[in-house]
Each structure stands twice: as C-alpha cells, then as structure tokens.
Write a protein that binds this ligand. Sequence first.
Ligand code: AKB
Length: 315
Amino acid sequence: MKKILVTGALGQIGSELVPQLRELYGADQVIATDIRRLENRVVNSGPFEILDVTNGKALLDIAKEHRVDTIIHLACLLSAKAEDNPLMAWNINMNGTLHALEAARELNTKFFTPSSIGAFGPTTPADQTPQDTIQRPTTMYGVNKVSGELLCDYYYTKFGVDTRSVRFPGLISYETLPGGGTTDYAVDIYYKAIEEGTYTSYINKGTYMDMMYMPDAIEAIIQLMEADPEKLIHRNAFNVTAMSVEPEDFAKAIQKHIPSFTLQYDVDPVRQAIADSWPNSIDATAAKFEWGFEAKYDLEKMTADMLEKLKAKQL
Ligand code: AKB
C-alpha cells in the first residue's frame, strides 16, 4: 500500500486506522474522506475530502485525482440503525460498496471493506462458527454484508480486483464511539463505569457475542492488506475474533478495577433479536493459518487498558 483512500474515515474504525496508516506510510499518502467534516486528528493530520459514497462519480474522481493504489471502504450504516432505516441502509451499504469496487476495478487498486458477524443468521451454527458455513442473515445489515462479501468475490474472480476482508465482531475502543450497532453496549459499559459506576444493558444477561479491541482490529486490517496474495485461499471475508463474551463477563472484568460497579438490564427487543440471530463464538482458524492473524488483547487486558485510557480522557 502506498497511496490509500479511506471512506467513512471519521467513524469508529477510521478514526484509529487513518492515524496508524499515516504513521506507517506517510501523512500525505492517506486520503481520508467522510460525509461530514469534524475538527479532529483525522481531518487535521493529512489530506481530507468530503465524500458521499452514494455518489459513484465523486468517489472515482477523488480516487483518480489522488492516484490511489488502495481503497479502504469503511462507510456503512451499522446493524441497529440499518433495521430502523432499511432503504437508507441498502442505498449507503450496497451502492457505497459497489461504487468503491467500481473505482477499484477502474483504477486497478487493492480493496478492503469490513464484513461482520452480522453476515451470519439464526440458521448458522452458533458455536465456533466455521469460516465457510450457512449465511442467511435476518437483518438488512446482514443482507448487505453477505452481498458485499459476494460482490468482493465477484470482482476478484471476474475482474481480478485484489479484494480482501474480515468479518469483524463487536469492536471496542476509547477514541470514537460507534453509532447504531448492536454490540455498542460493550463500549458504553466502560464509559458508564467511569462516569456513573453503573450501567443498564439493552442486551440481556447470557447473550454471548464475539468482541475485539480496536488495536487488534487495526493490526488485522494492515496485516491482511500486506499479506502475500499467494497465501490467501479465502478471498473474502475472514472470521476474526478475540473473545466471546456476555454482559456479565464485562461486569466481572470491570469490578476488578471498580469493585462498586453494578450492572442492570433493560432489554431492547430489537437489538436483542439481532444479537440472538448472531453467533455466540466464531472460529478464526482460517485467518490464523492464511495470514497469521492473532489478537493480543483478551477481556482482562482490554478492560485494564480501556479504563485507564478513559480515565485519562476525563482528566
Ligand atoms: C454492529 O453491532 O452492528 C457492528 C457489527 C458487529 O458489525 N458492531
């Protein structure tokens, strides 16, 4: 990767990926784009352009103008928001992905876009979900993610576009809040633990989902993009995970640092139904084998770091 275009750069992943890419490849080599402008370190540390990914010509023009050789397409509506606005989700998630793939085809660039555990559904084996398995999601987000995976396969086999992707679990970070996801509770719980010493979870006790700390997610993207193409048997998209956890696991881990922390429940039926349709745990063996994926943070290590970083932010 030498010149990289990132869409959705001000979102949860982009806010941490862009600074890391700029450190590795040079500030001017990473063109950050988003539908809005914020005064933050992504906008202020290198090239930034306003881009609505539903506008295919605008996307292609920016990619051409900057002569990019890699497109990292992050712009996306997350699962809960997509359930509220299915047509908007289709437009942003599907047309955005198609436009980014078309630009990659026309300019012969590498391509990355994240898929998700949301690409699985209630008929998928729920425990240690295999890399290749049944994918019949029941959410608009899931439909978009499976279609995105298939489109990436299609662009790879039909046009030779070097497409790569991972199925991210819930991502936990202290830099930027996620917006409109089902796994967002796993981020909120840390903020509330610091701010109020208590949290009310909209996801029920005993609901297991995969999670990963953001530094591991950023490392996974960079490692996969740098991986030898010859070694990739699976083109799209690799299961990756660091932990399979339920709300009580977070509470216990937080209580080791804040003993008075309490957890209550007020279950949101919409997000609970989405969570129930997703796996309890996924199997990341293919990612480990084909490109050496390995998460460094488990629940204990992540919790210690999250609480320390959030406390420092408060000061
Ligand atoms: C969401 O909850 O929608 C995302 C995801 C798991 O893809 N965090």
